[in-house]
Design a protein around this ligand. Structure first.
Ligand SMILES: Cc1cc2nc3c(=O)[nH]c(=O)nc-3n(C[C@H](O)[C@H](O)[C@H](O)COP(=O)(O)OP(=O)(O)OC[C@H]3O[C@@H](n4cnc5c(N)ncnc54)[C@H](O)[C@@H]3O)c2cc1C
Length: 510
């Protein structure tokens, strides 16, 4: 075929979910992916005896079949839920923060987490219950805003969701200051900040509270066979529904007609495929700056895109170790190792290469005991760079610098946990921002889209979703979409953009 109802650029989470929703409605859909496999970040790779997870530390909001979270419900609707085997994580995290001397493990579960805070402060449980009450209201308010398609009744908002409105434009730090909780409770609640990648002075409280509530109330899980299992489930579903995925197929141009409406795409090999609707699973930086002719891009699109701040550039060290997790003394799945729990100071230190920056580290065997051969273990440690420092490294220095940063991260982990990894490294792979930029095409190797800011966070983006669509026929779904970064968000925003595309088609009488 050289004509489809919808073309999806990119088979990352957002693109795959978008394609399933389009195909479920009976329309034709082509997914173009420049790699030879689906998933984008959601993939795995093999070195020696080890199959490494490429990105996922934990997937929030999936819940259980009995108590499904919103993403499980989405997967059911898209027809992929029964193709995936989930493993629930036991604990939320092991936090080690040097400055404050923190070293504790926090469980998942509303009750369990609330009670565990009593070990940090005599009234810990009370504060957490109050905080969760606010989170629940935020969640309900967001559901109501969704039901009203972003046009809520102000009277209902004021009567039913006053805390939501009060928190509206607050950053995380402003909100916690207003709540007046003791430092140790705030520090504990702030542990997940690096998952959204903006510091507490900038991070939107509504977004953050919504995310951590999802983690603690519904827990987190990982697919049994790495995130690649998710991507393969979507690929299979797309084929079942009669859709096409073309791998090794890069889109180099989004074409527009004389009215400025999308009319197709051009592929790297020169072929043109026609469609009036394109969903791009890439960044607006790429869509507006590279894929569209500049004449087709309104000034407002450029202004908004340039105003947004690119979120953290990823750096990950993957280790295949020749000892078991138990022998290494690693009992937890998820470790957060910080120099300080002050996210503003920590974020600032992550601007430059050279500091032993914060790290989120996973020992996969503690969730999936048989993920590697007996007597071995898989550990991967991720940090973020909050400025584009890697583009300043010369080709000559690149390997030296990346090895130095990787070594400092391993040593930092060993010091914090009292373990010895270096003597047992059988395989090592290192992904820098250069790797991520090359693999997914995201600017500067950002792995988190645009930063979630208190003045430009989840809620404002959801409410502005129609106004922020600049080129008729083009929608942008995935980690750069209105729900921002992360696995659940990228699937949801891809599916949401597909829903909006179907409505656009309905309006056109198609
Ligand atoms: C190390 C790491 C750890 C992470 N940990 C977690 C975690 O624990 N929990 C969590 O929720 N999130 C995590 N994330 C974030 C999560 O992986 C991403 O937010 C999510 O996968 C992004 O999905 P996406 O839909 O934006 O697609 P992407 O993964 O960005 O994929 C985009 C796809 O589009 C393709 N493409 C781009 N341009 C073109 C083109 N012109 N033509 C054809 N194809 C094109 C690319 O090849 C790619 O396959 C992590 C990310 C990393 C890197």
């Amino acid at each position: 075929m050289d004509r489809y109802d919808v073309i999806v650029i990119g088979a990352g989470n957002g693109g795959l979910a978008a394609a399933c929703r389009i195909l479920n409605s009976g329309k034709s859909c082509l997914v173009c992916e420049r790699h030879n496999i689906p998933g984008g970040f959601a993939t795995s790779f093999v070195r020696g005896r080890f199959e490494f997870e490429a990105s996922l530390h934990e997937f929030n909001g999936i819940g259980t079949p009995e108590e499904p979270g919103s993403t499980r419900l989405l997967f059911e609707e898209l027809g992929v839920a029964d193709k995936i085997e989930w493993v629930q994580l036991r604990d939320a995290y092991h936090l080690i923060s040097e400055e404050e001397g923190y070293d504790f493990v926090m469980p998942f579960g509303y009750e369990e987490f609330a009670k565990a805070n009593n070990q940090l402060h005599p009234e810990g449980e009370k504060y957490i219950r109050e905080f969760f009450g606010i989170c629940q209201q935020i969640k309900d308010a967001m559901a109501y805003i969704g039901e009203t398609k972003g046009k809520p009744d102000p009277k209902v908002m004021m009567e039913k969701y006053p805390d939501y409105l009060a928190c509206g434009s607050y950053s995380v730090n402003e909100a916690f200051e207003a709540l007046g909780y003791p430092k140790v409770i705030v520090d504990n609640l702030n542990t997940y900040w690096c998952y959204l990648g903006a510091d507490g002075d900038n991070l939107s409280f509504l977004h953050y509270a919504n995310m951590i509530y999802s983690y603690f109330s519904k827990g987190a899980a990982i697919p049994k066979h790495r995130s690649h299992e998710l991507s393969l489930a979507f690929e299979e579903r797309i084929h079942e529904l009669g859709g096409d995925i073309w791998f090794n197929t890069e889109v180099v141009k989004i074409l527009t007609d004389s009215e400025g409406h999308v009319c197709g795409v051009r592929l790297r090999d020169g072929r043109k495929i026609e469609s009036r609707h394109v969903i791009a699973n890439c960044s607006p930086h790429v869509a507006y700056g590279k894929l569209l002719d500049s004449a087709a891009v309104p000034e407002r699109a450029l202004k908004l895109t340039n105003f947004r701040k690119l979120a953290g550039r990823g750096f990950t060290v993957f280790l295949g170790l020749s000892k078991s997790a138990e022998e290494l003394g690693l009992r937890d799945h998820n470790y957060f190792i910080y120099d300080t729990s002050d996210s503003v100071k920590q974020y600032a230190s992550m601007k430059t290469i050279g500091n032993t920056a914060a790290q989120a580290t996973v020992c996969l065997n503690n969730a999936l005991p048989d993920c590697s051969p007996e007597g071995t273990a898989i550990v991967y440690m991720t940090t973020l760079f909050t400025e584009d420092e890697w583009s300043k490294i010369s080709e000559k220095d690149y390997f030296k610098v990346k090895n130095k940063v990787a070594k400092s991260m391993i040593e930092r982990f060993e010091k914090a946990t009292g373990t010895n990894l270096q003597d047992h490294i059988e395989e090592i792979a290192i992904a820098t921002p250069e790797t991520y930029a090359r693999y997914t095409g995201h600017p500067q190797g950002t792995v988190y889209g645009y930063e979630s800011q208190y003045y430009d966070g989840l809620m404002s983006r959801i409410q502005m979703v129609e106004e922020d669509r600049f080129v008729p026929g083009l929608r942008i779904g995935g980690g750069y979409g209105e729900r921002l970064l992360g696995y659940p968000s990228s699937y949801k925003s891809g599916a949401n953009e597909a829903g909006r595309t179907l409505r656009d088609m309905e309006k056109e009488g198609r």
